[in-house]
Design a protein around this ligand. Structure first.
Ligand SMILES: Cc1cc2nc3c(=O)[nH]c(=O)nc-3n(C[C@H](O)[C@H](O)[C@H](O)COP(=O)(O)OP(=O)(O)OC[C@H]3O[C@@H](n4cnc5c(N)ncnc54)[C@H](O)[C@@H]3O)c2cc1C
Length: 326
């Protein structure tokens, strides 16, 4: 039996691990985080969870829609029926968009954790180097071997996958081409606690070209911070420009932009600032679904490979598992 190491317990790594386990393969999953979930990340606060990364997910693909149905049945996701709006030309108006949107319950990590239930998972374990002898992969963390495996799956963001692979092999032209264009762009996330809501909505898509891309009232989702906690995502362009800025600079921009959008002074406190270096898809990146190199016993999966979004991360992981089983 093949023993497969999967680095990354986000949606892609967990989907790949669950599918491989279903095929009777032996899988060991490693993640540097304290909990699985990756960018499906809800931070626990005294007032409830706060979704700092993915805000919701949609299901356009039939197989993923069927998976969502199973998650709904076991109660690890629910529909989010937030009242949505668009900010345009200085006003915020209701959006006619009726797409079904899902969230994890009680936190965004829940469906990922459900897929990993009963599998061998090592959290708090950063894999920082690899060795490949032409047949087997060995994984290391702080100089300590984590074991030897017949196959390696990297389900981590593009830039981190490149760095890790370079510790073991010389990347030929084919692998190098995967890393030539950045697949994931940054995103600053800020949470504001307001004394009242300036809008009768739960989620606002900001205007294209604006420094903000999205605002969401956390209390509209079950288990999340009650009261007027508004989570803001900045655009990729703004986040790139202010990538190394201090939290205080980002917080000041957040306050100013929200007051501008509301058209009134607001009493607001910034409770969290989080920088995602690798957040959402660069539209210029060419997509591959997943990458499997049998001669290297190596697979790569993740949203960056397959077009951003939770759904594409799941599909990428499942498709890689199918390729590995052939
Ligand atoms: C701010 C933001 C907003 C978003 N909004 C949405 C949205 O509204 N809807 C939507 O569908 N998608 C959204 N997304 C995208 C969505 O979160 C991702 O598509 C999806 O979660 C990616 O899953 P993944 O498994 O490919 O990667 P990740 O979730 O990044 O998982 C990778 C995992 O690998 C681990 N890891 C990395 N390096 C190592 C290492 N060396 N050793 C061990 N572990 C390692 C990490 O800890 C992480 O858990 C958003 C993302 C962000 C950041």
């Amino acid at each position: 039996m093949t023993t497969i190491a999967i680095i990354g317990a986000g949606m892609a790594g967990a989907a790949c691990a669950a599918a491989l386990t279903g095929q009777g393969q032996q899988v060991v999953v490693f993640d540097k985080g304290r909990r699985p979930g990756g960018r499906m990340s809800s931070k626990r606060t005294e007032q409830g969870y706060l979704d700092l990364g993915a805000q919701y997910f949609t299901a356009r693909n039939d197989a993923f829609a069927a998976q969502c149905q199973r998650w709904l049945e076991v109660g690890v996701i629910t529909q989010w029926q937030g009242r949505l709006a668009r900010a345009e030309a200085g006003s915020v108006t209701a959006s006619p968009d009726k797409t079904l949107r899902y969230i994890g319950v009680p936190s965004m990590q829940a469906p990922v954790a459900a897929m990993l239930d009963g599998l061998t998972l090592h959290t708090g374990c950063q894999v920082d180097s690899l060795a490949f002898d032409g047949k087997h992969w060995q994984l290391f963390s702080a100089g300590v071997s984590l074991g030897q495996f017949n196959c390696l799956v990297l389900a981590i963001p593009q830039q981190q996958a490149e760095q890790l692979l370079q510790t073991a092999i010389t990347l030929g032209p084919e692998l190098n081409s995967l890393f030539a264009v950045p697949a994931l762009l940054p995103c600053w996330a800020v949470n504001l606690q307001l004394d009242h809501s300036p809008w009768p909505y739960d989620g606002i898509f900001a205007k294209t070209g604006s420094p903000l891309s999205w605002l969401a009232r956390q209390g509209s989702k079950p288990g999340r911070c009650q009261g007027e906690h508004w989570l803001l995502h900045f655009s990729a362009a703004f986040s790139q420009q202010y990538l190394e800025a201090d939290n205080s600079v980002i917080a000041a921009h957040a306050l100013q932009l929200v007051q501008q959008l509301a058209g009134q002074p607001l009493s607001a406190a910034v409770t969290h600032c989080h920088r995602w270096r690798y957040a959402q898809q660069n539209p210029a990146y060419p997509l591959h679904a997943m990458i499997y190199r049998p001669e290297l016993a190596l697979g790569l999966a993740g949203d960056w490979v397959n077009g951003g979004r939770v759904e594409n991360a799941w599909l990428s992981g499942v498709q890689l598992a199918q390729a590995l089983s052939l």
